[in-house]
Design a binder for this molecule. Structure first.
Ligand SMILES: Cc1cc2nc3c(=O)[nH]c(=O)nc-3n(C[C@H](O)[C@H](O)[C@H](O)COP(=O)(O)O)c2cc1C
Length: 282
């Protein structure tokens, strides 16, 4: 089903456009401007020249950092990149993401396990949990803050595009932003006022992603086939990857695109970076 023309269409219409016909009954009390805005979400990569007021960016940061925090440890940071030199240094690392240079505002969402470690120094207690969790928790928290920022920004009509491609060059990003040990980039974020239209991206059927009581993916292959067909009809994958390696067979589906994407080595330096800045990942 194509997406509604009217941004204020009922929530159920947005959910149908996203997931296909099998959506839950939407209770009247759920059909609010907040949920409609979240259901309308889309990543947008083109922005007008209109600046985003720095006060608005900081207000959105403050709002996003109000998100829940694992054990109240508060392990996410946001770096607002304003200086031209830093913007340019990051943009130069992202030739495949020209929107990172063009966006009126650019932020980097980071996991921060450094503050937690400082508490142990200040209070004189050993850190007995210096293992994978020490990396995992701030990574998750930075993701939560990123998602909350995006939802808040979109509710104001702003457009955003997360940029995980910054993690292709973690050492350079850490240098440009002077990230200390135990602080690591999770994603950049372009922010601007939208230019043009970007279609909503359908998602996998809810039967594949929402489970009751027991996880069950017995029908996964048919869900993928159903999604490939719906995706192809509503928002086909635009650019084919590496026909020279994988051939030019039709149709070029979402599952083919994702499998081709991860058939190529990517981000091999990330693990070494995370270990170098002090994390033990056992
Ligand atoms: C953590 C994260 C990292 C992403 N990194 C990039 C990126 O490096 N470049 C880009 O153009 N889009 C990036 N995206 C946007 C995704 O491609 C986009 O969310 C996805 O295609 C689904 O589209 P939608 O957000 O419009 O529903 C990222 C999204 C997330 C959540």
């Amino acid at each position: 089903m194509s997406e509604p023309k009217d941004p204020n269409a009922p929530l159920a219409d947005w959910l149908r456009a996203r997931y296909g016909d099998a959506i839950p009954d939407v209770p009247a009390e759920a059909d609010t401007p907040t949920l409609r805005s979240m259901a309308r979400h889309r990543t947008m990569r083109h922005y007008t020249d209109k600046p985003v007021d720095p006060a608005l960016v900081r207000t959105l940061c403050a709002t996003a950092l109000a998100a829940p925090s694992k054990s109240d440890l508060q392990q996410a940071d946001i770096v607002i990149v304003e200086a031209h030199a830093q913007r340019e240094a990051l943009a130069a690392l992202l030739p495949d993401n020209p929107w990172a240079r063009a966006a009126p505002a650019f932020l980097v969402f980071c996991g921060n396990n450094r503050r937690h470690r400082r508490l142990h120094k200040l209070r004189g207690h050993d850190l007995a949990n210096d293992h994978l969790d020490a990396f995992f928790n701030p990574a998750v928290e930075a993701g939560i803050v990123l998602g909350t920022f995006i939802a808040a920004a979109e509710s104001l009509g702003l457009a955003t595009c997360p940029i995980s491609a910054i993690r292709n060059h973690p050492e350079q990003v850490a240098q440009v932003l002077t990230l200390p040990p135990h602080v690591f980039p999770v994603a950049g974020l372009c922010v601007g006022w939208p230019s043009g239209f970007t279609a909503l991206t359908p998602r996998m059927p809810l039967a594949a992603t929402v489970h009751t009581d027991r996880h069950d993916d017995a029908a996964l292959d048919s869900h993928i086939a159903e999604y490939d067909a719906r995706r192809d009809a509503e928002k086909p994958v635009r650019a084919r990857r590496r026909d020279d390696l994988f051939g030019s067979h039709q149709p070029y589906t979402w599952s083919e695109d994702k499998a081709r994407q991860y058939a190529q080595p990517e981000r091999k330096s990330w693990g070494a970076f995370v270990r170098r800045i002090g994390f033990k990942l056992d």
